[in-house]
Design a protein around this ligand. Structure first.
Ligand code: ATP
Length: 286
């Protein structure tokens, strides 16, 4: 049996502008995205036949509705071998949290099967296959900080990104991405955003300056705890704080490890029982 274990990292949106809406209903975005050091662990086995996906998290399906299942089907179509695939996901990334866990799992499975079955598909081709599975999947195959446009699939390389130290707090409330965009629309969406987002960042402060998320106004109104966590991050010394993606996870950027460690301890004392608190770094400082 051929098998492989791979990490499947989450992401944060350092900036997210909603710039328009397409005729097919998808929102057009401009977003600065970066992978973080909180990762699921994925075991991939090539088996005789069939597809199975299991996950140790009760909020994630164990059947064909798991996004990894669709990813397996798409990539297997490029193999001439008549084989099956078994995948097990150990979840560490909070689910439905704005951290892209499902999209990352799909990307990792595509990358892993390309390797195991020696399909030799290029990164570009893998990203195209990923897009069929989900708008954020190409980003995780791109493997670097990126400026994402379109529905998230047009990716431009960010030239320079410093090492970032994050405190992340997930308040454990389920926030559905489609609900957030629907509400954004209902509440008189403003389209346009900042027209130019820089693609070169030298210092943490350069990054802290550009943090912005158009979707926050929707989520904070419905779930004030998101705003409270942001305020607490700043009280604890964060250079800046923001909600990632469609939320509800909030991250703060800290100047150094000592400040981050202290903030982590104080946030733990403050936290309700359902909150999950993490320290992380960006994966792709360059
Ligand atoms: P995004 O930031 O891309 O909006 P998210 O972090 O908000 O993503 P996910 O954790 O990717 O959300 O999952 C959203 C929903 O998709 C969950 O409710 C979950 O049931 C379902 N799902 C299907 N497959 C997976 C998977 N492999 N991992 C996580 N969730 C999955």
């Amino acid at each position: 049996m051929q098998s492989l274990s791979l990490p499947s990292p989450g992401k944060v949106n350092l900036r997210l502008d909603v710039v328009g809406k397409r005729a097919d209903g998808y929102h057009e975005l401009r977003s600065l995205m970066e992978r973080v050091s909180i990762a699921d662990e994925i075991d991939i086995n090539i088996i005789e036949k069939g597809i199975t996906v299991t996950c140790d998290h009760e909020g994630v399906p164990n059947d064909e509705s798991n996004i990894a299942f669709k990813a397996i089907k798409e990539i297997l179509a490029y193999s001439s071998r008549n084989v099956g695939v078994e995948v097990h996901i150990k979840k560490n990334i909070p689910v439905a949290a704005g951290m892209g866990g499902g999209s990352s799992n799909a990307a990792t499975v595509i990358k892993g099967i390309n390797h195991l079955l020696k399909l030799k598909l290029t990164k570009d081709k893998l990203m195209k296959i990923g897009l069929k599975v989900g708008a954020d999947v190409p980003f995780f195959l791109f493997e670097g900080p990126a400026l994402a446009e379109g529905i998230g699939e047009q990716l431009k390389k960010v030239k320079s990104m410093p090492k970032l130290l994050f405190l992340l707090v997930n308040p454990g409330i389920p926030v559905r991405t489609d609900w957030v965009y629907g509400r954004y629309q209902l509440e008189g969406a403003k389209y346009g955003g900042q027209s130019e987002v820089p693609n070169l960042y030298r210092t943490k402060k350069d990054v802290a300056k550009i943090l912005h998320n158009d979707l926050e106004k929707v989520t904070i109104k419905e779930f004030p705890v998101i705003g409270e966590i942001k305020e607490e991050m700043l009280r604890l010394g964060a250079l800046a704080s923001m909600m990632t993606g469609s939320g509800p996870t909030v991250f703060g950027i800290f100047a150094d490890k000592v400040k981050l460690g202290k903030a982590f301890e104080r946030m733990e004392k403050k936290a309700s029982r359902d909150w999950k608190i993490f320290m992380a770094e960006n994966l792709d400082a360059a």
